[in-house]
Ligand binder design. Structure first.
Ligand SMILES: [Zn+2]
Length: 447
């Protein structure tokens, strides 16, 4: 008999790779943080002596979901300002709140709240971009969560850095120490948007990104206004400025990309750029509908992201998968566009590719890291089961996630977070609410 750390025995297993496969009567063996084997139950029982036997008789085992774009700490601004236009939302509420409140302390508390919410809802890896990335990385490490932590870059001053050069220097420091070869954390650069960056700042960013072989992610063509203003101010569309800077290549993750012309779609596809689709954020801020089916058929890798909790307002990848499928059909005027399987692919392998982690995560395959999730189908809304993938995308609530593993560590067990004190997180969030609400009221009064 062979030892393994855990033998997980679900009713169904959706490995995502190979595409479209749903296994029944199978078990997944986990050893030293990795998937040792996926095999029929009788063979597993004959081969393995597990330290932990985890039987989940009404459950689906699937890869952990990958939230390719968020601003985790913004959970503390959730519900602060809703139902308003992008401009008013940003200028009268979010930016003043950020100027007043963003600190290492807020980023730590907000990121921890986000990690708890994501794990509880089946997300085991997130791509973040926010101020104080070293605190984001530390919070993720402390809570054993996988994260791609992108250093923000902008020409504007924040409580974290005063110039593009300073953002880049601090980002470079983060890459070298201590996250060069970290089991959970990888790093990237995240210029906020083309309107926050001069051409010289893009040039400096490109040199560093090339030298360090880092991914670059940027909010791009999120709204029609962003394109209009760029044309007015620079004579170029934001995408053209980015292309001119030499940043349109395999390392680029274009966030949103709601409004692209045909030429830009072809250019993105040819350059191997990935795209982070954030359908609920786009809907809530009325920024338009990204034609995802068109992007995918052009060959662009599309990932899914929640964006920050101030513009969504949940970090819920099940809800995001469902919205992506429904919206993708509407955008294409075709009910066969963006199937349940497509939505699941985007939320798993699509995200893993976009974050350059597809050799390690995104599917249940032998040798990959054991980033796994169980979903309990023993609920009214997920019975009867004709099609497991359809059920996951169209009928499942994220509260049905019962278990989550990150690198083999059992982070959520039967609906209970094993490593995080939820009561303490909620108490801290409530304290922040009292302070921020008082200040936001003041902001409204003085305007
Ligand atoms: Zn964003």
């Amino acid at each position: 008999m062979q030892h393994c750390d855990a033998l997980i025995v679900p009713r169904w297993c959706v490995p995502v790779v190979p595409a479209g496969v749903v296994l029944e009567g199978h078990a997944v063996a986990v050893s030293e943080g990795r998937i040792d084997a996926i095999l029929p139950l009788e063979q597993a029982q004959a081969r393995y002596q597990p330290s932990a036997l985890i039987e989940r008789p009404d459950h689906v085992l699937m890869p952990g979901l990958v939230n390719a774009h968020t601003h985790a700490a913004m959970t503390l601004f959730r519900g602060l300002a809703d139902d308003m236009h992008l401009e008013a939302w940003l200028r009268q509420h979010i930016w003043p709140a950020e100027r007043r409140w963003v600190s290492a302390e807020l980023v730590r508390d907000g990121t921890e709240l986000a990690i708890a919410e994501m794990l509880r809802g089946g997300t085991t890896c997130f791509g973040d971009q926010y101020f104080f990335p070293e605190i984001v990385a530390q919070a993720a490490t402390d809570l054993s969560m996988r994260a791609v932590v992108a250093t923000p870059v902008a020409d504007f001053k924040s409580s974290w850095a005063g110039s593009a050069a300073e953002y880049l220097q601090k980002g470079t420091d983060l890459v070298h120490d201590p996250y060069a070869e970290h089991p959970l954390i990888t790093t990237a650069f995240a210029p906020h948007s083309t309107f926050a960056m001069a051409d010289e700042s893009f040039a400096a960013l490109r040199v560093l990104a090339d030298q360090l072989d880092l991914r670059v992610q940027i909010h791009l063509h999120e709204s029609a206004a962003e394109i209009r203003e760029s044309l007015r101010d620079t004579g170029k569309r934001p995408f053209a400025r980015l292309d001119h800077a030499g940043l349109v290549n395999r390392s680029l993750l274009a966030v949103h990309a709601v409004h692209l012309d045909d030429e830009e779609v072809d250019r993105l596809a040819a350059a191997g750029v990935s795209m982070a689709h954030c359908p609920k954020s786009n809907l809530k801020l009325a920024n338009g509908v990204a034609p995802v089916a068109k992007y995918r058929s052009a060959g662009i890798n599309v990932a899914l992201g929640t964006d920050g909790a101030a513009s969504n307002n949940m970090l819920d990848m099940f809800s995001e998968m469902q919205t992506a499928a429904l919206l993708g059909k509407t955008a294409a005027d075709d009910a066969t566009a963006v199937s349940a399987q497509d939505a699941l692919d985007m939320a798993t392998m699509g995200g893993a590719r976009a974050l350059r982690l597809d050799r390690s995560i995104g599917s249940i395959e032998q040798g990959k890291l054991a980033d796994l999730v169980c979903v309990d189908f023993d609920h009214f809304n997920t019975r009867p089961v004709y099609d497991v993938v359809s059920q996951l995308v169209y009928a499942t609530a994220s509260t049905q996630v019962s278990d989550a593993w990150v690198g083999g560590r059992h982070q959520l067990e039967n609906g209970r977070l094993t490593q995080i004190d939820g009561h303490e997180l909620v108490a801290r969030a409530d304290e922040w609410r009292d302070r921020i609400a008082a200040s936001d009221k003041h902001v409204q009064e003085v305007q």
